[in-house]
Structures are given as C-alpha cells and as structure tokens.
Write a protein that binds this ligand. Structure first.
Ligand SMILES: [Zn+2]
Length: 173
C-alpha cells in the first residue's frame, strides 16, 4: 500500500471518538513501516496491549478502525493452533486473537460490535510474503494459489470486515 502519515491515519478513524483516535500509540518503529510489503496496516498499541487498529485504503479512501483485542480466545480449541481468517496462516496458541470493532455511528455507540479472528500482531501481509513466520507449531497452509491470489483473498476479507464496521445496516448481506 502507499505510505501514510500519522496525521492521515489518525484522521481516518471511523468507529471511535477523536479522543480515542488521538490516544492510540503508533508502533515505535512506525517510521520504518515496510509499506510496499503491506496490504493493510495493522498494529497493537505498544502501551495498551488490548487496543489495536487497522488501516485500509480502498475506493472510499483511507479508513481506520479501532479494535479491541481479546486477551485470550476462550472455550474449546483455545489451546490449539488456530487459523487467521484473513491470511489463513495457522498459528500455535496465542498467535491468533479475536479482534472486536464497534460499529461506526449510533449502532457502535450503543455497544454493538463485530469480531473476527486475525493474526495477533495483525501482520498478515508479512506472513503471506514469508517475511515473518509463525512461532513453531504453526504453519502456512500449503496452497497452489499465487501470492497475488492469496493477497486478493486477504484483502477481500479485510475490506469486508471494514465495510461491516462502516455500514452496520448491511451486516450479514
Ligand atoms: Zn493473518
């Protein structure tokens, strides 16, 4: 994706207050972000490990959504390897987290949200390119798809998630 500045990112949040958008801390190495290897920009607040965000660029321009990261995936299967729903990287326990986003607008302010399982570090793009590897115990599902096809699938998933956050009335369609 194209590089974006901190100011552009903070101005792009659609599902939180301006105060929240200004409070989230960017990664310490933000200046060294490898934009050309990223399909979307996601990060966990270095000062608040349950706060995260993702930024996408699509036909509607730049959109950022605030996420709440569950501290653990509970219930059956929590200890097993699990699969990121965007890049389909299989991680050992803890490598995938449930990220929840409040809907944009009144629906979100009334407490409604949508959640999805993504790589815990929101670095799907790097896993797809082999630039980051899951901790041992996780594997990339062997696929015959090209990198471009896998990136397209990842972006369909991420853009679909952001669209659900942006337009709650179309959720489920
Ligand atoms: Zn992923």
């Amino acid at each position: 994706m194209e590089p974006f500045t901190e100011a552009q990112i903070r101005a792009a949040f659609i599902n939180c207050s301006q105060g929240d958008a200004s409070r989230i801390k960017l990664p310490a190495d933000f200046a060294a972000t490898p934009w050309s290897d990223l399909d979307y920009f996601g990060w966990v607040d270095p000062s608040a490990p349950l706060r995260a965000a993702m930024v996408v660029a699509d036909e509607d321009g730049l959109r950022a959504i605030m996420l709440r990261k569950a501290d653990r995936v509970s219930g059956r299967g929590a200890m097993r390897a699990s699969l990121c729903q965007a890049c389909l990287t299989s991680h050992p326990a803890g490598g995938v987290s449930l990220f929840t986003a409040a809907y944009a607008g009144p629906s979100g302010r009334n407490g409604n949200s949508v959640g999805e399982l993504f790589c815990s570090d929101l670095a799907c793009s790097l896993y797809l390119r082999g630039l980051r590897r899951p901790r041992s115990g996780g594997v990339r599902v062997e696929e015959t798809l090209s990198l471009q096809e896998r990136v397209d699938r990842e972006l369909r998933k991420i853009h679909g998630f952001v669209r659900r956050v942006a337009e709650p009335s179309t959720a489920g369609r």
